[in-house]
Design a protein around this ligand. Structure first.
Ligand SMILES: C[S@@+](CC[C@H](N)C(=O)[O-])C[C@H]1O[C@@H](n2cnc3c(N)ncnc32)[C@H](O)[C@@H]1O
Length: 147
């Protein structure tokens, strides 16, 4: 949700998206006005209407599953195998509407911290690049963890 103006968040997203093959295609939808519930409902309706037909919808949500990067790479492989167009939904300041969460095929959390939605765009692009690196055995991803 929202139109991202030029600035550090846009640069962060572009930095990682330029490395992605294929790059992510962003559809920006205007943020709605009204009460928090109205905003969520209006933005949710716009978001669902903008989905490509048959999309496999991954809702970015704090209440979702927070996989490791390796587990996300495995999920990506499963999603790709469906041959459905993949769509990530990032909510606005009020979060995603329950109708979007109900439609989602997967709810993905980046952890329990709340991030600004424009930062989530860049974080997701980095993580998707990491997923591609894991799947390609590229040394960008260092899997070592202290034992
Ligand atoms: C400022 S947050 C919305 C906060 C709202 N109170 C909620 O809980 O959804 C804006 C959007 O960024 C995304 N987001 C923020 N933090 C996230 C996290 N830790 N994991 C996944 N998505 C996150 C979600 O799509 C969220 O709708």
């Amino acid at each position: 949700m929202g139109r991202l103006k030029p600035g550090p968040e846009a640069a962060l997203f572009e930095h990682y998206n330029a490395r992605l093959r294929p790059p992510l295609v962003v559809t920006e939808l205007p943020e709605a006005r009204g009460s928090a519930a109205e905003v969520r409902r209006r933005e949710g309706a716009a978001l669902l209407a903008a989905l490509p037909e048959g999309a496999l919808l991954v809702a970015m949500d704090l209440g979702g599953q927070a996989p490791t990067s390796e587990a996300l790479a495995a999920l990506a492989e499963r999603w790709e195998a469906t041959a459905r167009p993949l769509a990530f939904a990032i909510g606005g300041a009020e979060g995603l509407d329950p109708t979007v969460l109900a439609r989602a095929d997967h709810k993905l959390s980046l952890g329990p911290l709340t991030w600004p939605h424009f930062l989530v765009r860049g974080l997701l692009a980095e993580q998707w690049y990491r997923v591609q690196a894991i799947r390609a055995n590229h040394p960008y991803h260092r899997a070592w963890r202290p034992g």
